[in-house]
Write a protein that binds this ligand. Sequence first.
Ligand code: SF4
Ligand code: F3S
Length: 107
Amino acid sequence: MTFVVTDNCIKCKYTDCVEVCPVDCFYEGPNFLVIHPDECIDCALCEPECPAVAIYSEDEIPAGMENFIELNAELADIWPNITEKKDPLPGAEEWDGKTGKIADLER
Ligand code: SF4
Ligand code: F3S
């Protein structure tokens, strides 16, 4: 079991999540973070920390976001590790809550 970062992280990237992860399994792209499924220990600490409510347990992913399970696995193998909180992206508050941000994902 793993936790998964989903659509609402895109273009927000608040990064509160990385500070609580005991195994440092977050990986960072230009406008999105992902969780490495082989490293996540399923502790659930990150889920309530995300201001954008973008993190879900693999078995509680909202309908239509199942593709993020594979996307997290794919990108976690490519992107660099992130362990310290940084400022959110400019415009994060305006983008928070918008849907279909996957179209704006930068790799
Ligand atoms: Fe890290 Fe725990 Fe969140 Fe997995 S569930 S990403 S181990 S904080
Ligand atoms: Fe993204 Fe939420 Fe972390 S917006 S960077 S999953 S705190």
